[in-house]
Ligand binder design. Structure first.
Ligand code: NAD
Length: 360
């Protein structure tokens, strides 16, 4: 085996789309040895833990994982497993390319964006105090003493830390990414006029770091204005550099621009480990019915191939996906077709193996 990869099927449509991606990646024949490990509800049943230590150990050992989505119960005591995973492995950069795909008709025909999202800080760091708890009361008192701030007694609180060191590494990552991938411009989204000490720090740190990359154009824009401009003229943008929460929201917006969540891949990258996963969630509304579009997961697999040094195979895989979409014969329901998840994977796998027809 040339590469060991931890495979986490996840919840909802996760097992379906990871099986589809595995079929295609095995067809690419670059010698991937899979270690399958649970996380999410399947892990809770088997191990009594949503994120078992064994799963984390496997990723630490293999250094690379391909992961399906995991359900996070809404508004309960459960901390998101995705947030925990990104924290525990220090996967500080999320990279999410959103490009117009052949044969997928959308309002804007030439979108080619990459979102670089800070993945560990901000409102998603998980520092939260429940309404009515002793900790929330202590925090309220401290805030009143420190700054005369009045927080209502019946408030729950989520904190938004953004550090210079955390910002510095994501800014440099984004500029290095732009350079390495021949991208021309980095656009930073923020709300520094309102959140002076968190978003303001993000902006000021980026301004300083950007001076080290004179060859890459950059601009800053308020996040609400960016949202509006993205929906009107997405072709104006190239690399979007965003703090955690905005990055999450804008990722889904960009998915909408290019045809839906079933199409956008993603990577979570740190200095030591990398976990590849689609932007979409576990889609409980369509789970278990073979309706999920596997393309986001398959393209996440292509990003993984590039990461482990299998660039020609990654290009062939992306070409195979484009070709299946261009032909338009085998598509899932979200793209107006009737094919199942596995039928799409099989169509892509057939082309992946047709090396002579691909670009490499
Ligand atoms: P979702 O992305 O799961 O679904 C939103 C909509 O998009 C649904 O209508 C769904 O059917 C559709 N959709 C998503 N992926 C699709 C695909 N591959 N093919 C066709 N249609 C697809 O978002 P949600 O419903 O807000 O979240 C469901 C669960 O997933 C929640 O528990 C959430 O916390 C979790 N989630 C996990 C991750 C992750 O593991 N990285 C990311 C986002 C959401």
């Amino acid at each position: 085996m040339s590469h060991r990869v931890t495979l986490i099927p996840g919840d909802g449509i996760g097992p379906e789309v990871t099986a589809a991606a595995r079929l295609v990646l095995d067809a690419a024949d670059v010698g991937i040895g899979w270690t399958e490990r649970p996380a999410g509800s399947s892990a809770l049943e088997a191990y009594g833990d949503l994120l078992p230590g064994e799963t984390l150990d496997s990723i630490r050992h293999d250094r690379v994982a391909l992961k399906g989505p995991i359900t996070t119960p809404v508004g309960t005591g459960f901390r998101s497993i995705n947030v925990a995973l990104r924290h525990d492995l220090d996967l500080f950069a999320a990279v999410r390319p959103a490009r117009s795909l052949p044969g997928v008709t959308t309002r804007h025909p030439s979108v080619d964006l990459v979102i670089v999202r800070e993945n560990t800080e901000d409102l998603y760091q998980g520092i939260e105090y429940e309404r009515g708890s002793a900790e929330a009361a202590a925090l309220r008192e401290t805030l009143a003493t420190l700054g005369g701030f009045e927080v209502r007694e019946d408030a729950g609180v989520t904190l938004k830390p953004i550090s210079v060191s955390g910002t510095d590494r994501i800014v440099r990552f984004a500029f290095e990414y732009a350079r390495a991938n021949r991208r021309k411009k980095v656009t930073l989204g923020h709300k520094a006029n309102v959140m002076r000490y968190s978003d303001g720090l993000f902006l000021r740190t980026a301004e300083q770091d950007a001076a080290d990359y004179p060859d890459v154009e950059w601009e800053e824009i308020q996040i609400d204005h960016l949202s509006s401009r993205l929906t009107k003229r997405p072709a104006d943008f190239d690399v979007l550099l965003l703090p955690n929460l905005y990055g999450d929201i804008i990722s889904d917006l960009c998915a909408g621009l290019v045809g839906g969540l079933g199409l956008i891949p993603g990577a979570n990258i740190g200095w030591e480990y990398a976990v590849f996963e689609p932007v979409h969630g576990s889609a409980p509304d369509i789970a278990g019915r073979g309706l999920a579009n596997p393309i986001a997961m398959i393209l996440s697999g292509a990003m993984m191939l590039r990461h482990v040094g299998e660039r020609p195979a990654a290009e062939n895989l992306e070409w195979a996906v484009d070709e299946v979409l261009r032909r338009g014969e085998v598509r899932t329901r979200d793209l107006g077709g009737t094919a199942s998840t596995m039928e799409v994977a099989e169509a892509v796998a057939m082309l992946v193996t047709a090396w002579e027809a691909g670009p490499s």
